[in-house]
Design a protein around this ligand. Structure first.
Ligand code: NDP
Ligand code: 2IT
Length: 486
Protein backbone atom coordinates (compact mmCIF):
# COMPACT_ATOMS: atom_id res chain seq x y z
CA UNK A 1 0.00 0.00 0.00
CA UNK A 2 1.27 3.41 -0.96
CA UNK A 3 2.42 5.47 0.79
CA UNK A 4 4.81 5.00 3.66
CA UNK A 5 6.07 8.57 3.80
CA UNK A 6 6.35 9.54 7.44
CA UNK A 7 3.62 12.19 7.39
CA UNK A 8 0.22 11.89 5.72
CA UNK A 9 -2.21 14.71 5.26
CA UNK A 10 -5.53 13.98 6.96
CA UNK A 11 -7.49 14.36 3.76
CA UNK A 12 -5.26 12.07 1.67
CA UNK A 13 -6.86 9.16 -0.12
CA UNK A 14 -5.78 6.95 2.75
CA UNK A 15 -7.75 9.23 5.03
CA UNK A 16 -10.66 9.38 2.63
CA UNK A 17 -11.02 5.64 2.58
CA UNK A 18 -13.53 4.87 5.25
CA UNK A 19 -14.52 8.50 5.64
CA UNK A 20 -15.55 11.12 3.13
CA UNK A 21 -15.36 9.93 -0.48
CA UNK A 22 -17.56 7.03 -1.43
CA UNK A 23 -16.20 6.91 -5.00
CA UNK A 24 -12.73 6.29 -3.71
CA UNK A 25 -13.89 3.82 -1.07
CA UNK A 26 -15.64 1.85 -3.77
CA UNK A 27 -12.72 2.22 -6.12
CA UNK A 28 -9.93 1.19 -3.76
CA UNK A 29 -7.58 -0.43 -4.54
CA UNK A 30 -8.06 -1.52 -8.14
CA UNK A 31 -10.59 0.76 -9.79
CA UNK A 32 -9.51 4.15 -11.07
CA UNK A 33 -10.81 7.69 -11.10
CA UNK A 34 -10.56 9.71 -14.28
CA UNK A 35 -8.98 13.15 -14.47
CA UNK A 36 -9.37 15.68 -17.30
CA UNK A 37 -10.06 14.51 -20.84
CA UNK A 38 -6.50 14.11 -22.07
CA UNK A 39 -5.09 12.65 -18.85
CA UNK A 40 -4.76 8.96 -18.09
CA UNK A 41 -6.73 7.17 -15.41
CA UNK A 42 -5.48 7.95 -11.92
CA UNK A 43 -5.02 5.00 -9.62
CA UNK A 44 -5.98 5.58 -6.01
CA UNK A 45 -2.46 4.69 -4.94
CA UNK A 46 -1.08 7.46 -7.15
CA UNK A 47 -3.31 10.04 -5.47
CA UNK A 48 -2.22 8.85 -2.02
CA UNK A 49 1.42 8.84 -3.03
CA UNK A 50 1.25 12.34 -4.52
CA UNK A 51 -0.69 13.74 -1.55
CA UNK A 52 2.00 12.54 0.81
CA UNK A 53 4.75 13.81 -1.43
CA UNK A 54 3.11 17.22 -1.69
CA UNK A 55 2.80 17.44 2.10
CA UNK A 56 6.49 16.81 2.43
CA UNK A 57 7.51 19.15 -0.40
CA UNK A 58 5.00 22.00 -0.43
CA UNK A 59 5.23 24.34 -3.40
CA UNK A 60 7.95 22.34 -5.18
CA UNK A 61 5.94 22.25 -8.40
CA UNK A 62 8.65 21.09 -10.80
CA UNK A 63 9.79 18.34 -8.43
CA UNK A 64 6.22 17.14 -7.88
CA UNK A 65 5.61 17.17 -11.64
CA UNK A 66 8.69 15.06 -12.37
CA UNK A 67 7.90 12.52 -9.65
CA UNK A 68 4.29 12.27 -10.76
CA UNK A 69 5.30 11.41 -14.32
CA UNK A 70 7.39 8.52 -13.02
CA UNK A 71 4.83 7.44 -10.40
CA UNK A 72 2.06 7.23 -13.04
CA UNK A 73 4.03 4.44 -14.69
CA UNK A 74 5.91 2.87 -11.80
CA UNK A 75 3.05 2.46 -9.32
CA UNK A 76 0.98 0.22 -11.63
CA UNK A 77 4.19 -1.74 -12.34
CA UNK A 78 5.03 -2.24 -8.67
CA UNK A 79 1.52 -3.55 -8.02
CA UNK A 80 2.54 -6.44 -10.24
CA UNK A 81 5.96 -6.67 -8.55
CA UNK A 82 5.17 -6.41 -4.84
CA UNK A 83 8.80 -6.78 -3.76
CA UNK A 84 9.36 -3.17 -4.88
CA UNK A 85 6.15 -1.95 -3.25
CA UNK A 86 6.86 -3.69 0.05
CA UNK A 87 10.37 -2.23 0.18
CA UNK A 88 8.95 1.27 -0.49
CA UNK A 89 11.46 1.78 -3.28
CA UNK A 90 9.66 4.65 -5.04
CA UNK A 91 9.17 6.55 -1.75
CA UNK A 92 12.89 6.14 -1.05
CA UNK A 93 13.96 7.36 -4.51
CA UNK A 94 11.65 10.37 -4.15
CA UNK A 95 13.55 11.49 -1.03
CA UNK A 96 17.04 12.68 -2.04
CA UNK A 97 19.93 11.09 -0.17
CA UNK A 98 21.27 14.55 0.63
CA UNK A 99 20.50 18.21 -0.11
CA UNK A 100 23.44 20.58 0.17
CA UNK A 101 22.63 24.29 0.25
CA UNK A 102 25.27 26.99 0.60
CA UNK A 103 26.06 30.68 0.21
CA UNK A 104 28.23 31.83 -2.68
CA UNK A 105 29.77 35.26 -2.14
CA UNK A 106 31.69 36.94 -4.94
CA UNK A 107 32.97 40.34 -5.97
CA UNK A 108 32.10 42.02 -9.29
CA UNK A 109 34.49 44.08 -11.43
CA UNK A 110 33.53 47.26 -9.56
CA UNK A 111 34.29 45.77 -6.17
CA UNK A 112 30.61 45.32 -5.21
CA UNK A 113 29.84 42.17 -3.20
CA UNK A 114 27.09 39.75 -4.32
CA UNK A 115 25.49 36.79 -2.58
CA UNK A 116 24.01 33.86 -4.52
CA UNK A 117 22.69 30.47 -3.49
CA UNK A 118 24.54 27.28 -4.38
CA UNK A 119 23.07 23.78 -4.25
CA UNK A 120 23.94 20.16 -4.83
CA UNK A 121 21.18 17.58 -4.65
CA UNK A 122 22.60 14.06 -4.27
CA UNK A 123 19.50 12.07 -5.15
CA UNK A 124 20.55 8.42 -5.27
CA UNK A 125 23.82 6.47 -5.55
CA UNK A 126 22.47 2.90 -5.66
CA UNK A 127 24.17 2.05 -8.97
CA UNK A 128 27.19 4.35 -8.97
CA UNK A 129 28.61 7.64 -7.69
CA UNK A 130 26.31 10.67 -7.90
CA UNK A 131 26.42 12.18 -11.39
CA UNK A 132 24.66 15.12 -13.02
CA UNK A 133 25.05 18.65 -14.24
CA UNK A 134 25.26 22.12 -12.72
CA UNK A 135 22.84 24.84 -13.83
CA UNK A 136 23.57 28.56 -13.42
CA UNK A 137 20.40 30.49 -14.12
CA UNK A 138 18.26 33.01 -12.18
CA UNK A 139 15.33 30.54 -12.40
CA UNK A 140 17.22 27.93 -10.31
CA UNK A 141 15.35 26.93 -7.14
CA UNK A 142 15.45 23.92 -4.83
CA UNK A 143 12.40 22.54 -6.66
CA UNK A 144 14.01 22.83 -10.11
CA UNK A 145 17.20 21.11 -8.98
CA UNK A 146 15.31 18.39 -7.11
CA UNK A 147 13.31 17.63 -10.26
CA UNK A 148 16.48 17.49 -12.32
CA UNK A 149 18.28 15.26 -9.79
CA UNK A 150 15.28 12.91 -9.63
CA UNK A 151 15.14 12.66 -13.45
CA UNK A 152 18.87 12.03 -13.52
CA UNK A 153 18.53 8.88 -11.39
CA UNK A 154 16.35 7.20 -14.04
CA UNK A 155 18.25 8.63 -17.00
CA UNK A 156 21.61 7.48 -15.72
CA UNK A 157 20.20 4.03 -15.02
CA UNK A 158 18.97 3.80 -18.62
CA UNK A 159 22.49 4.41 -19.95
CA UNK A 160 23.54 1.07 -18.33
CA UNK A 161 26.68 2.83 -17.00
CA UNK A 162 27.48 2.88 -13.25
CA UNK A 163 26.20 6.35 -12.34
CA UNK A 164 23.84 7.53 -9.62
CA UNK A 165 21.81 10.74 -9.93
CA UNK A 166 22.51 14.30 -8.78
CA UNK A 167 22.09 17.90 -9.88
CA UNK A 168 23.33 21.23 -8.63
CA UNK A 169 23.76 24.84 -9.50
CA UNK A 170 23.01 28.38 -8.53
CA UNK A 171 20.63 31.26 -9.16
CA UNK A 172 23.69 33.16 -10.48
CA UNK A 173 23.10 34.61 -13.97
CA UNK A 174 26.24 34.39 -16.15
CA UNK A 175 24.62 36.69 -18.75
CA UNK A 176 26.13 40.13 -18.93
CA UNK A 177 29.03 39.17 -16.61
CA UNK A 178 32.67 39.55 -17.60
CA UNK A 179 34.91 36.47 -17.81
CA UNK A 180 36.63 37.64 -14.62
CA UNK A 181 33.30 37.86 -12.78
CA UNK A 182 32.28 34.39 -13.96
CA UNK A 183 35.69 33.10 -12.84
CA UNK A 184 35.38 34.62 -9.36
CA UNK A 185 31.86 33.24 -9.00
CA UNK A 186 32.95 29.73 -10.11
CA UNK A 187 35.93 29.78 -7.74
CA UNK A 188 33.74 30.78 -4.82
CA UNK A 189 31.12 28.16 -5.75
CA UNK A 190 33.75 25.40 -5.96
CA UNK A 191 35.41 26.45 -2.70
CA UNK A 192 32.32 25.11 -0.92
CA UNK A 193 31.24 22.40 -3.39
CA UNK A 194 34.64 20.65 -3.31
CA UNK A 195 33.92 19.28 0.19
CA UNK A 196 30.98 17.31 -1.14
CA UNK A 197 32.22 15.87 -4.46
CA UNK A 198 35.01 13.63 -5.74
CA UNK A 199 35.83 11.28 -8.62
CA UNK A 200 34.32 8.32 -6.72
CA UNK A 201 31.66 10.30 -4.84
CA UNK A 202 29.90 12.85 -7.03
CA UNK A 203 30.93 14.08 -10.48
CA UNK A 204 29.23 17.31 -11.69
CA UNK A 205 29.12 18.52 -15.31
CA UNK A 206 27.44 21.28 -17.35
CA UNK A 207 23.82 22.22 -17.96
CA UNK A 208 22.07 25.54 -18.72
CA UNK A 209 24.55 28.39 -18.19
CA UNK A 210 27.45 26.02 -17.50
CA UNK A 211 29.60 25.23 -20.54
CA UNK A 212 33.29 24.76 -21.27
CA UNK A 213 34.30 28.14 -19.80
CA UNK A 214 32.60 27.48 -16.45
CA UNK A 215 33.83 23.86 -16.24
CA UNK A 216 37.38 25.20 -16.76
CA UNK A 217 37.10 27.66 -13.86
CA UNK A 218 35.44 25.05 -11.62
CA UNK A 219 37.96 22.30 -12.41
CA UNK A 220 40.90 24.67 -11.96
CA UNK A 221 39.69 25.64 -8.50
CA UNK A 222 39.04 22.02 -7.47
CA UNK A 223 42.54 21.05 -8.62
CA UNK A 224 44.07 23.96 -6.71
CA UNK A 225 42.21 23.30 -3.45
CA UNK A 226 42.60 19.51 -3.42
CA UNK A 227 45.97 19.24 -5.16
CA UNK A 228 44.73 16.39 -7.31
CA UNK A 229 44.06 15.97 -11.03
CA UNK A 230 41.13 13.56 -11.14
CA UNK A 231 37.99 13.07 -13.18
CA UNK A 232 35.89 15.03 -10.69
CA UNK A 233 34.04 16.97 -13.39
CA UNK A 234 33.04 15.99 -16.93
CA UNK A 235 32.76 18.24 -19.94
CA UNK A 236 36.42 19.18 -19.49
CA UNK A 237 38.44 20.50 -22.44
CA UNK A 238 39.96 17.72 -24.55
CA UNK A 239 43.47 18.93 -23.71
CA UNK A 240 42.90 18.57 -19.96
CA UNK A 241 41.01 15.34 -19.39
CA UNK A 242 37.89 15.87 -21.50
CA UNK A 243 36.43 13.37 -23.93
CA UNK A 244 36.01 13.88 -27.64
CA UNK A 245 32.29 14.08 -28.58
CA UNK A 246 31.17 15.16 -25.06
CA UNK A 247 30.17 18.63 -26.30
CA UNK A 248 28.20 17.11 -29.16
CA UNK A 249 26.82 14.12 -27.28
CA UNK A 250 23.46 15.31 -25.96
CA UNK A 251 22.33 16.75 -29.30
CA UNK A 252 23.72 13.83 -31.32
CA UNK A 253 22.15 11.35 -28.90
CA UNK A 254 18.73 13.00 -29.12
CA UNK A 255 18.84 12.65 -32.91
CA UNK A 256 20.12 9.05 -32.65
CA UNK A 257 17.16 8.30 -30.38
CA UNK A 258 14.74 9.79 -32.94
CA UNK A 259 16.44 7.64 -35.59
CA UNK A 260 15.98 4.54 -33.42
CA UNK A 261 12.26 5.29 -32.93
CA UNK A 262 11.78 5.88 -36.66
CA UNK A 263 13.76 2.78 -37.61
CA UNK A 264 11.58 0.67 -35.32
CA UNK A 265 8.62 1.88 -37.41
CA UNK A 266 10.46 1.26 -40.68
CA UNK A 267 11.12 4.94 -41.37
CA UNK A 268 14.16 7.21 -41.60
CA UNK A 269 14.93 10.78 -40.54
CA UNK A 270 16.28 11.76 -43.94
CA UNK A 271 14.16 14.43 -45.58
CA UNK A 272 12.12 15.19 -42.45
CA UNK A 273 11.33 18.79 -41.54
CA UNK A 274 12.47 19.40 -37.97
CA UNK A 275 11.82 22.20 -35.49
CA UNK A 276 14.46 22.69 -32.79
CA UNK A 277 14.02 24.99 -29.80
CA UNK A 278 16.86 26.72 -27.99
CA UNK A 279 20.21 27.62 -29.55
CA UNK A 280 22.59 26.46 -26.82
CA UNK A 281 24.73 23.34 -26.53
CA UNK A 282 22.00 20.74 -27.03
CA UNK A 283 20.20 22.60 -29.82
CA UNK A 284 23.38 23.35 -31.77
CA UNK A 285 24.49 19.73 -32.00
CA UNK A 286 20.94 18.49 -32.57
CA UNK A 287 20.81 20.80 -35.57
CA UNK A 288 24.28 19.77 -36.74
CA UNK A 289 23.45 16.05 -36.66
CA UNK A 290 20.08 16.59 -38.37
CA UNK A 291 21.84 18.42 -41.22
CA UNK A 292 24.42 15.63 -41.55
CA UNK A 293 21.62 13.06 -41.81
CA UNK A 294 19.79 14.96 -44.56
CA UNK A 295 16.95 16.40 -42.48
CA UNK A 296 15.81 20.02 -42.73
CA UNK A 297 16.18 22.27 -39.67
CA UNK A 298 13.39 24.84 -39.70
CA UNK A 299 13.87 26.77 -36.45
CA UNK A 300 16.15 27.77 -33.60
CA UNK A 301 15.11 29.93 -30.64
CA UNK A 302 16.25 31.55 -27.42
CA UNK A 303 14.74 33.68 -24.66
CA UNK A 304 14.29 36.55 -27.14
CA UNK A 305 12.21 34.58 -29.67
CA UNK A 306 12.53 32.36 -32.74
CA UNK A 307 14.06 32.34 -36.21
CA UNK A 308 12.12 30.41 -38.86
CA UNK A 309 14.55 29.26 -41.55
CA UNK A 310 12.00 28.92 -44.36
CA UNK A 311 14.46 27.26 -46.76
CA UNK A 312 16.13 25.23 -44.01
CA UNK A 313 19.17 26.15 -41.92
CA UNK A 314 22.47 25.71 -43.79
CA UNK A 315 25.76 24.54 -42.27
CA UNK A 316 27.23 28.03 -42.77
CA UNK A 317 24.29 29.64 -41.00
CA UNK A 318 24.59 27.16 -38.12
CA UNK A 319 28.30 27.97 -37.78
CA UNK A 320 27.41 31.68 -37.64
CA UNK A 321 24.73 31.06 -34.97
CA UNK A 322 27.23 29.01 -32.93
CA UNK A 323 29.80 31.79 -33.10
CA UNK A 324 27.19 34.35 -32.05
CA UNK A 325 25.85 32.27 -29.13
CA UNK A 326 29.16 30.77 -27.91
CA UNK A 327 31.71 33.54 -28.52
CA UNK A 328 29.76 36.81 -28.80
CA UNK A 329 27.22 35.50 -26.22
CA UNK A 330 24.49 37.55 -27.91
CA UNK A 331 20.77 37.02 -28.54
CA UNK A 332 19.11 35.52 -31.62
CA UNK A 333 17.21 38.82 -32.01
CA UNK A 334 20.56 40.58 -32.55
CA UNK A 335 21.77 37.77 -34.82
CA UNK A 336 18.62 37.98 -36.96
CA UNK A 337 18.82 41.75 -37.34
CA UNK A 338 22.52 41.79 -38.32
CA UNK A 339 22.18 38.81 -40.69
CA UNK A 340 18.87 39.65 -42.38
CA UNK A 341 16.64 36.89 -40.94
CA UNK A 342 12.99 37.42 -40.13
CA UNK A 343 12.72 37.21 -36.34
CA UNK A 344 9.60 36.23 -34.38
CA UNK A 345 9.98 37.97 -31.03
CA UNK A 346 8.70 36.00 -28.03
CA UNK A 347 7.49 33.16 -30.29
CA UNK A 348 8.31 29.46 -29.94
CA UNK A 349 9.06 27.03 -32.77
CA UNK A 350 5.94 24.88 -32.25
CA UNK A 351 3.82 27.02 -34.62
CA UNK A 352 5.97 26.01 -37.60
CA UNK A 353 4.58 22.93 -39.45
CA UNK A 354 7.04 20.02 -39.20
CA UNK A 355 7.48 16.23 -39.10
CA UNK A 356 9.70 16.11 -35.99
CA UNK A 357 10.13 18.35 -32.94
CA UNK A 358 13.24 18.59 -30.76
CA UNK A 359 12.46 20.66 -27.64
CA UNK A 360 15.97 21.50 -26.42
CA UNK A 361 15.77 24.64 -24.27
CA UNK A 362 14.18 24.17 -20.84
CA UNK A 363 11.43 22.61 -18.71
CA UNK A 364 7.76 23.21 -19.56
CA UNK A 365 8.58 25.06 -22.78
CA UNK A 366 5.96 23.08 -24.71
CA UNK A 367 2.39 23.24 -23.33
CA UNK A 368 -0.90 21.59 -24.23
CA UNK A 369 -1.76 24.17 -26.91
CA UNK A 370 1.67 23.78 -28.45
CA UNK A 371 1.24 19.99 -28.49
CA UNK A 372 -2.14 20.37 -30.15
CA UNK A 373 -0.68 22.70 -32.78
CA UNK A 374 2.19 20.31 -33.51
CA UNK A 375 -0.19 17.34 -33.87
CA UNK A 376 -2.66 19.32 -36.00
CA UNK A 377 0.22 20.23 -38.31
CA UNK A 378 1.20 16.57 -38.73
CA UNK A 379 4.20 16.29 -36.40
CA UNK A 380 4.57 12.64 -35.38
CA UNK A 381 8.02 12.51 -33.74
CA UNK A 382 9.05 14.36 -30.56
CA UNK A 383 12.51 13.68 -29.14
CA UNK A 384 13.18 15.69 -25.98
CA UNK A 385 16.69 17.17 -25.80
CA UNK A 386 15.78 19.25 -22.75
CA UNK A 387 14.74 17.86 -19.38
CA UNK A 388 10.92 17.76 -18.98
CA UNK A 389 10.26 20.29 -21.78
CA UNK A 390 6.69 19.07 -22.27
CA UNK A 391 4.10 19.96 -19.65
CA UNK A 392 2.15 16.97 -18.27
CA UNK A 393 -0.85 17.90 -20.43
CA UNK A 394 1.32 18.08 -23.56
CA UNK A 395 3.04 14.78 -22.75
CA UNK A 396 -0.30 13.05 -22.17
CA UNK A 397 -1.58 14.42 -25.47
CA UNK A 398 1.45 13.01 -27.31
CA UNK A 399 1.01 9.65 -25.58
CA UNK A 400 -2.68 9.49 -26.46
CA UNK A 401 -1.99 10.46 -30.06
CA UNK A 402 0.35 7.46 -30.24
CA UNK A 403 3.14 9.40 -31.96
CA UNK A 404 6.83 8.60 -31.43
CA UNK A 405 7.40 10.52 -28.19
CA UNK A 406 10.85 10.07 -26.64
CA UNK A 407 10.89 11.58 -23.13
CA UNK A 408 14.01 13.45 -22.03
CA UNK A 409 15.29 10.81 -19.65
CA UNK A 410 15.67 8.46 -22.61
CA UNK A 411 16.21 10.82 -25.55
CA UNK A 412 18.79 13.17 -23.99
CA UNK A 413 20.73 10.53 -22.03
CA UNK A 414 23.56 10.62 -24.59
CA UNK A 415 25.11 13.60 -22.80
CA UNK A 416 25.50 11.97 -19.43
CA UNK A 417 26.36 8.65 -21.09
CA UNK A 418 29.32 10.33 -22.77
CA UNK A 419 30.21 11.89 -19.43
CA UNK A 420 30.33 8.30 -18.18
CA UNK A 421 32.71 7.51 -21.05
CA UNK A 422 34.82 10.53 -20.05
CA UNK A 423 35.00 9.11 -16.50
CA UNK A 424 36.13 5.74 -17.89
CA UNK A 425 38.85 7.39 -19.95
CA UNK A 426 39.99 9.42 -16.91
CA UNK A 427 40.22 6.24 -14.83
CA UNK A 428 42.19 4.50 -17.57
CA UNK A 429 44.32 7.63 -18.08
CA UNK A 430 43.87 7.54 -21.84
CA UNK A 431 41.68 9.07 -24.55
CA UNK A 432 39.58 7.24 -27.09
CA UNK A 433 39.36 8.52 -30.68
CA UNK A 434 36.30 10.45 -31.83
CA UNK A 435 34.89 7.55 -33.89
CA UNK A 436 35.17 5.18 -30.94
CA UNK A 437 33.29 7.49 -28.56
CA UNK A 438 30.63 8.21 -31.19
CA UNK A 439 30.20 4.48 -31.81
CA UNK A 440 29.78 3.83 -28.09
CA UNK A 441 27.27 6.70 -27.87
CA UNK A 442 25.24 5.20 -30.74
CA UNK A 443 25.36 1.81 -29.04
CA UNK A 444 24.08 3.28 -25.77
CA UNK A 445 21.20 5.13 -27.49
CA UNK A 446 20.32 1.87 -29.25
CA UNK A 447 20.29 0.00 -25.96
CA UNK A 448 18.11 2.69 -24.30
CA UNK A 449 15.67 2.24 -27.16
CA UNK A 450 15.70 -1.54 -26.62
CA UNK A 451 14.95 -1.02 -22.93
CA UNK A 452 11.99 1.21 -23.84
CA UNK A 453 10.72 -1.46 -26.23
CA UNK A 454 11.14 -4.12 -23.53
CA UNK A 455 9.21 -2.27 -20.83
CA UNK A 456 6.96 -0.01 -22.91
CA UNK A 457 5.34 -2.18 -25.57
CA UNK A 458 1.56 -1.95 -25.18
CA UNK A 459 -0.77 -3.56 -27.74
CA UNK A 460 1.98 -3.81 -30.31
CA UNK A 461 3.03 -0.15 -29.93
CA UNK A 462 5.91 1.27 -27.90
CA UNK A 463 4.99 3.81 -25.23
CA UNK A 464 8.41 5.37 -24.62
CA UNK A 465 7.30 7.18 -21.46
CA UNK A 466 6.27 3.89 -19.87
CA UNK A 467 9.36 2.11 -21.16
CA UNK A 468 11.84 4.75 -19.99
CA UNK A 469 10.32 5.17 -16.54
CA UNK A 470 9.99 1.48 -15.74
CA UNK A 471 13.27 0.53 -17.45
CA UNK A 472 15.12 3.23 -15.50
CA UNK A 473 13.42 2.26 -12.24
CA UNK A 474 14.12 -1.49 -12.29
CA UNK A 475 17.91 -1.29 -12.26
CA UNK A 476 18.03 1.20 -9.38
CA UNK A 477 15.29 -0.66 -7.49
CA UNK A 478 17.08 -4.02 -7.75
CA UNK A 479 20.29 -2.51 -6.38
CA UNK A 480 18.37 -0.94 -3.50
CA UNK A 481 16.72 -4.28 -2.71
CA UNK A 482 20.18 -5.88 -2.58
CA UNK A 483 21.39 -3.35 0.00
CA UNK A 484 18.56 -3.95 2.45
CA UNK A 485 16.82 -1.25 4.44
CA UNK A 486 18.68 2.05 4.36
P1 NDP B 1 22.58 26.13 -22.77
O1 NDP B 1 22.71 27.09 -21.67
O2 NDP B 1 23.75 25.83 -23.62
O3 NDP B 1 21.41 26.57 -23.75
C1 NDP B 1 20.11 26.76 -23.30
C2 NDP B 1 19.26 27.30 -24.44
O4 NDP B 1 17.90 27.31 -24.03
C3 NDP B 1 19.62 28.74 -24.79
O5 NDP B 1 19.38 28.97 -26.15
C4 NDP B 1 18.65 29.53 -23.92
O6 NDP B 1 18.35 30.81 -24.42
C5 NDP B 1 17.42 28.65 -23.99
N1 NDP B 1 16.60 28.85 -22.80
C6 NDP B 1 16.95 28.60 -21.51
N2 NDP B 1 15.95 28.95 -20.69
C7 NDP B 1 14.97 29.43 -21.48
C8 NDP B 1 13.69 29.94 -21.22
N3 NDP B 1 13.22 30.05 -19.97
N4 NDP B 1 12.92 30.35 -22.28
C9 NDP B 1 13.39 30.25 -23.55
N5 NDP B 1 14.61 29.76 -23.85
C10 NDP B 1 15.38 29.36 -22.84
O7 NDP B 1 22.01 24.80 -22.11
P2 NDP B 1 21.99 23.31 -22.68
O8 NDP B 1 21.85 23.33 -24.15
O9 NDP B 1 23.11 22.58 -22.07
O10 NDP B 1 20.67 22.74 -22.01
C11 NDP B 1 19.39 22.81 -22.66
C12 NDP B 1 18.46 21.78 -22.06
O11 NDP B 1 19.02 20.47 -22.24
C13 NDP B 1 18.23 21.90 -20.55
O12 NDP B 1 16.91 21.47 -20.26
C14 NDP B 1 19.22 20.90 -19.97
O13 NDP B 1 18.82 20.46 -18.68
C15 NDP B 1 19.11 19.79 -20.99
N6 NDP B 1 20.22 18.86 -21.05
C16 NDP B 1 21.50 19.29 -21.22
C17 NDP B 1 22.53 18.39 -21.31
C18 NDP B 1 23.93 18.81 -21.57
O14 NDP B 1 24.78 17.92 -21.73
N7 NDP B 1 24.24 20.08 -21.66
C19 NDP B 1 22.29 16.95 -21.15
C20 NDP B 1 20.89 16.59 -21.06
C21 NDP B 1 19.92 17.53 -20.99
P3 NDP B 1 19.42 32.01 -24.24
O15 NDP B 1 20.48 31.73 -25.25
O16 NDP B 1 18.61 33.24 -24.53
O17 NDP B 1 19.92 31.92 -22.84
O1 2IT C 1 20.80 16.73 -17.73
C1 2IT C 1 21.86 16.12 -17.99
O2 2IT C 1 21.88 14.91 -18.23
C2 2IT C 1 23.10 16.90 -18.03
N1 2IT C 1 23.07 18.11 -17.85
C3 2IT C 1 24.42 16.21 -18.24
C4 2IT C 1 24.91 15.62 -16.95
C5 2IT C 1 26.29 15.04 -17.00
O3 2IT C 1 26.74 14.63 -15.91
O4 2IT C 1 26.92 14.97 -18.05
Amino acid sequence: MYSAFASHRNDSVLGLIGSQDSTLIAAHPVARTQATSNQPYTPVELVAFMDSLEDRNPGQTEFLQAVREVAEKVIPFTREHPEYEEAQILERIAEPDRVIHFRVTWEDDNGAIHVNRGYRIQANNAIGPYKGGLRFDPSVTLSVLKFLAFEQVFKNSLTTLPMGGAKGGSDFDPKGKSNAEVMRFCQSFMTELQRHIGADTDIPAGDIGVGGREIGFLFGQYKRLRNEFTGVLTGKGVGWGGSLIRSEATGYGTVYFAQEMLKHKGESIEGKGCVVSGSGNVSQYTAEKLLTLGATVLTLSDRSGMIHFKDGLTEEQLAAVMHHKNEVRGTLAEFASTNGFVFHADKKPWIVPCDCAFPSATQNELDDNDAKTLLDNGCDVVSEGANMPSTPEAAHRFEEAGILFGPGKAANAGGVATSGLEMSQNSLRLSWPREEVDEKLRGIMHSIHETCVQYGTENGRVNYVTGANIGGFVRVADAMLAYGVM
